[in-house]
Design a protein around this ligand. Sequence first.
Ligand code: C5P
Length: 399
Amino acid sequence: MTLENKKVVLGITGGIAAYKCPEIVRRLKDLNCDVRVVMTSGAKEFITPLTLQAVSGNPVSDSLLDPAAEASMGHIELAKWADLVVIAPATADVIAKINAGMANDLLTTICLATDAPIAIVPAMNQQMYAAKTTQRNLTSLRNIGMHIWGPASGEQACGDIGKGRLLEPMQIVELIQAHFTPKSLDLNILITAGPTREAIDPVRYISNHSSGKMGFAIAQAAQQIGANVTLISGPVSLATPHNTKRLDVVSASDMHEQAMAQAPSHDIFIACAAVADYRPSNVSDQKIKKNDDDMTVTMIKNPDILADVSALTANRPFCVGFAAETQDVETYARGKLTRKKLDMIAANNVSIAGQGFNSDDNALTLYWKQGKLDLPLADKQELAKQLVVEIIKHYNHAQ
Ligand code: C5P
């Protein structure tokens, strides 16, 4: 796995193992990781900032009160920039300071100012590591959610043998990779998204304003929490979310065929597509000429994909529908929940400007037989995350 677009702050403190840090940075750079190094004054006794600047390709930050450094990337900015803060080597001293919540240098300040995960990679004399205070500090940091990686055992720089060696650079890099690898969830999720197009003749069709953004955001959110995602998409101009199996379709009939074929091998079906309810009963082989003043297109009903998946008797997935309504949202949404025999329905009021169709934001209310939950206005990515979490919670409950 590459670490492209991942931003890591590497904090180096004053221990002999600091000499291994250029290797850590080089390996991270090999994986296209964006690394910024922060050094304590103790670290600079063991290795020069120049070395780390050269290998990281970025200026090294080492002072909290340096106007030049603050002007290029201030300490709060750096804290916000990070996707992950790794402190390697982490001395007993810095571990104690972080645990005490101190912020008297740049690195400890960043630890307080960041909301990114923090990984501590201890390295110290084995007796200092075994000391009750160090152990108490590490336990307390672990309890507040910090990662503690290592230490390794073996011969130490001081001649002692025991636990306290810094993990090898490659091991640290692998732990960083593992940290960014999405957790695998043993769950297959099928999603329909976008509009469908119903041909009138070879050049004309009937469709709707669906952009597909909500369905694609749901696919991305589901993928990010580790689900296997299949996305059946009508014609949209959106990039396929990472690690998602995308099946492109045009008409409601195509979408129906794909959904019926895929549904039995999936645990959850989320029907987000704005499927055309009707299609022209006859599709002309040739372009229809405008000879008459008026024209009639006779339409027939499309299959209801969601209702048909929900009616499966074998291997039926947990079924979630959407209801875009302009009035009496709860009544209509609950009506669909019952009529299509759904497990859950996500309703939105599309008459409100700035949410729903073709917008970046949305607000939803989830309804199920015994309850409901409001998911307030948020951008579609954020809303999709909340929605997926709620769906999985209900799916697990139903098992
Ligand atoms: O009945 P209505 O179209 O309002 O229902 C909306 C829900 O049903 C959505 O989840 C939509 O994706 C799904 N649907 C479908 N096939 C249709 C019509 C709607 O899957 N032909």
